[in-house]
Design a binder for this molecule. Sequence first.
Ligand code: C2E
Ligand code: CA
Ligand code: CA
Length: 656
Amino acid sequence: MYGCSMQSSWKLTEENGANMLNIHMQVGGLLIVLVVLYLSFRAGFVQIKSKRLYFRALLATGICLLFDILSIVGIVFEGENGFSPVVVRLLCKLYLASLVAESYFGFLYAADEFVRAHRYKGMRVAYQLLVVAGVAGVFFLPVSYRAEGLVVYSTGPSVIYAYLYGLFYVLSILVTGVIFADKTSKERRQAILLWMLLWMAAATIQFFHREWLLVGFSAALGMMVLYAELENPREGIDRRTGLYNGSVLMELMNESYANDRKFAGMNVIIRIRDRELDHEKETELVIHAANFLKQTIKKYKNAQVFRYVGMELLLTFEHAGEMFETYDRFRKEYREEIRISKSGEVIPVQFLFYLMPDSTVAQSAEEVFWFHHYFSTELEEQGCVVMDRKSMERLRGYSKTKQMISRAMDERRLEVFFQPIYAPKEKRFASAEALVRIRAEDGSIVPPGKFIPVAEETGLIVSMGEEIFRQVCEFICAHNMKELGLHYIEVNLSVAQCEQEDLAERFLRIIDLYQVDPRMINLEITETASLHAKKTLMKNMEDLMESGVHFSLDDFGTGRSNLDYFVDMPVRIIKFDYSFTQSYFQNEKARYVMESVVHMMKKMQLEIVSEGVETEEQLAAMCSLGVDYIQGYYFSKPLPMGEFVDFIEEKNRPAA
Ligand code: C2E
Ligand code: CA
Ligand code: CA
């Protein structure tokens, strides 16, 4: 093969002149190539670069062997009744040219093993130009051939030229192998070295025994070694389903992203409804669905089904249209019931889909799977989630916010603002609600609407809530509340906090640490909290109330609350939500509702805070309704601690 022996010799001519074709070894080599080709084809084609390069090298090896055989046939049967010398010379040149090409493709494959990065792009162009020059040279330079007894060979400048090329590529493979040794695994290095050694040994033997035509054969053998060691697709194949597995998928996706190759993707997640299945039956379901999908995508070039994990299939397509077509067909034609062939059992199933029409919305395979992770709740709810630019932006915004929160917490940039709450009967500010803010690095204020939802989703809200509570206790500890005229401070509790088994314990410890009178604390809960983990919440409430902490019910009048709810919750205060307060002024019906609600709450000895009072008119209305406390922009927006203290000191100062 590479830089083939100085004489490639072919013919065994008996002394008596009878011709014998010495092509057994080459035919054997060709058979090996054909078998490996068959094996690679059977597994299906994946667009992975190393596989593509291997496939080309393999094809080149086969073609080279074919021309090797043809040129021997040509030389042997040259004559008046056989091939003309022009044809024979052409066959010899075709063989030599294919030898140059084979060396080149072998090099590309090997060099790729060594240099996975893009670093050799420029080098590759040089090598491409070189191979063109090589092939051109072979055709340009003269060639002759000779039959000498048992041995037949072609000779002349063209042959030497081709062999020098081969030698050059062999050396290139060895040199890149040494230079980039740390870029590749030991197995890969060893397999490629074995391939080269096979060739060199064959070339040496053939040099001394010209009638042993080993070189072409050992090139084929080398390709088989590479196949077994490096390119065996079975390794990436899920044994039970015969589908490519997750690791091949990852390789394919990583490469597609590295080379800016756009693709479309679709996940099909199989869910078994209302029962447990053993592993064996689960696999049968996967095979069933996979077979349908395989059949459906057969007509698309480069479409592929993967078994990503367990009951999850993933399909890749070249075009979005193919993906949507497959999706539609699957939904229309594939029933949500699978009959298992062995037992005849019918299993009710459900399918969930992620659709990715355009891979470029993500920047990496990692981001794609991160997307899947992030949207898993939505997937369960909707059955199908499309990964487009908008949803991707949401995901990126989410992670940016998550980072922002974590950093703010690490760098102690969480701040508590206080919004004064007015008590009309006392004609002064009797309390305040603590509201969290993040102080951005540039000193600006990030409002909770921007980060609370993410903090809740990530669970960061728990430690954030605790820090807010600590700051509130610190504030109470540092100020004379009585002198300020404040009876208590309201602190918001999120659902996740209410679900915390040791919430009461942790909060009481903080109260203790700052020597705060627990009656100074009023915790705001929402109805959602009790729907989630009522038992834990009730236990926490009991423990906290025992030491004097009070509770209010937040967001009354929104979808999140209903009338009968507060009846069995031990809260002292009900907070009318901003929207509820506003609705009072919008229509008569709402006014009647509010009037009777207030009446009922009064009877139950509940106190009422009205949030969102912005105008004098609203204030007057709420006061005449008999609301106990007013909170709203009419009096003040939430204020930083210092400003809040100034505000209270000024407003609550007894009139001179
Ligand atoms: P919320 O508990 O309903 O808090 C009242 C919100 O209404 C506050 O918004 C407040 O600034 C705003 N507000 C008060 N009066 C008026 C008014 O007259 N007009 C208008 N338009 N708005 C008014 P903020 O501070 O942006 O907080 C938004 C939400 O974020 C809070 O709603 C609460 O659900 C959450 N939040 C804030 N701080 C915390 C916290 O420390 N922990 C938890 N878990 N959630 C918090
Ligand atoms: Ca609140
Ligand atoms: Ca509220």
